[in-house]
Design a protein around this ligand. Structure first.
Ligand SMILES: Nc1ncnc2c1ncn2[C@@H]1O[C@H](COP(=O)(O)OP(=O)(O)O)[C@@H](O)[C@H]1O
Ligand SMILES: [Mg+2]
Length: 414
């Protein structure tokens, strides 16, 4: 920089129009380039039910926008409450892929307003390669593209059970295991730096087929159970029927049940008690012995009791739960206006953004902690029950086949 006669270089600026690639003197290109997305986005009202998942996805989309390109850090990542990895599970056809389309659409829209580069990628079965090591490389390239601190990134692994195998499972291919290893390392390895510019979502119909350790690296869990109530079914029918008909709606408050604030509060309250029978047993036992779980000691006692019922309830589970509680402390949505008018928030300096976010924080209550313990432990119990059940069912099927084969064989001989 001290050398003479540099002006012709430092003063010059070029831009490659086709790629939106700018060079100004010796300054490093500060922002990466997004890719044009070929995806049909969905609006939030086009996702019926799935309240918590939808609410968290909407919140997370806004949270990403608080990322500061100069500091290369997001105040949410510093304050706690940033969701770096999450997992959505639910039966086929309940709206997992739809949820991805909604979230990508929101982020893409916000980024366009803010003038940030947005990068979306999905890791799919196309990335499994028969060459040794290539699947792992593909997964690494996917992770690196999304982690790029010069962009806002959203990476998804839709139908992750097809992609990431379970270690020790005879049916997992080498490529699947490579992908599992890369994802585990990237999501919570020693080298993981969470800047808060990107988030990874894993989605699955069969989370019990996903490696336990990998699943536990999903910081947040959402049950994507699709439409549930009569109102939900009316809303989804109306939505998917489209406009080209004259059938009257009838007596119904259209999309009233989808109003997010009310629905989310209801969903969270439902976790005051566990949903899974196994966990409910533990909860009732601890509750009878300890009374209201209103101190750290009593809450810790509950955690220990859960661990006695499910050995996988390790330190990482507690970390995930406390992370989820911190997210709840951030249980406010960044105002829409902040996304629409960049001057109000997005263009401010890092410290100012951080202060604005801190001012919105809400206090953590014991109810929140209990709800989050139950929500997380419920999902682990759900997987555990299903996982054992699935294995037993498969063996029963095998035995029945063997029996039938023996019968036919003996019949043929006789
Ligand atoms: N909760 C939902 N809200 C709105 N549409 C839904 C919902 N669940 C399913 N659908 C409809 O069903 C189709 C399949 O849903 P999809 O999101 O692909 O399911 P999944 O990925 O969970 O298997 C979608 O195209 C959408 O039209
Ligand atoms: Mg899907």
């Amino acid at each position: 920089a001290n050398a003479p006669r540099l002006a012709p270089f430092t003063a010059a600026a070029w831009r490659v129009e086709a790629d939106d690639f700018a060079i100004r003197g010796f300054e490093p290109a500060r922002r990466g380039k997004g890719a044009t997305l070929a995806m049909t986005f969905k609006e939030p009202h086009e996702v019926v039910g799935n309240h918590i998942a939808k609410y968290q996805a909407m919140k997370l989309a806004k949270m990403l926008m608080a990322y500061d390109f100069d500091r290369r850090l997001n105040p949410f990542a510093e304050l706690g409450g940033f969701i770096f990895t999450f997992m959505g599970d639910g039966k086929p056809g309940t709206g997992k892929t739809t949820l991805i389309q909604m979230m990508a659409g929101l982020i893409s829209g916000y980024c366009e307003t803010a003038g940030y580069a947005f990068r979306y990628q999905n890791l799919s079965t196309d990335n499994i390669d028969s060459y040794q090591g290539k699947s792992g490389q593909n997964a690494k390239a996917f992770i690196d593209a999304i982690l790029d601190p010069g962009v806002i990134g959203f990476g998804t692994i839709d139908d992750i059970d097809q992609l990431a195998g379970k270690r020790g499972d005879r049916q997992s291919s080498a490529g699947q295991l490579e992908i599992t290893a890369v994802l585990m390392e990237s999501f919570a390895g020693a080298n993981t730096v969470v800047r808060g510019n990107c988030t990874f979502g894993m989605f699955s119909n069969y989370p019990e087929n996903v490696d336990d350790a990998l699943r536990q690296r999903a910081g947040a869990r959402f049950l994507v159970d699709g439409p549930q109530t009569r109102e939900d079914y009316i809303d989804i029918l109306h939505l998917l029927m489209g406009k080209n008909h004259a059938i009257p709606l009838g007596a119904h408050d259209l999309y009233g049940a989808q109003e997010i604030k009310r629905a989310v509060a209801r969903s969270f309250e439902s976790h005051a008690k566990p949903h899974e029978a196994g966990l409910l047993n533990v909860f009732d036992r601890v509750h009878a012995a300890e009374g209201e779980l209103d101190t750290i000691a009593k809450l810790g006692t509950y955690l220990k009791a859960i661990q006695e019922a499910d050995a996988r309830f390790t330190g990482r589970a507690i970390k995930n739960i406390t992370d989820a509680v911190k997210v709840r402390a951030m249980d406010f949505e960044l105002p829409d206006a902040w996304m629409e008018e960049p001057e109000l928030f997005l263009r401010k300096g890092y410290d100012e953004k951080k202060a604005m976010i801190e001012a919105l924080r809400v206090p953590i209550t014991t109810e929140m902690v209990i709800q989050e313990i139950n929500r997380y432990a419920d999902s682990e119990f759900r997987y555990a029950d299903k996982s054992d059940e699935a294995a037993v069912e498969a063996m029963v099927r095998d035995l029945a086949r063997q029996e039938e084969a023996r019968r036919r064989y003996l019949e043929g001989k006789g």
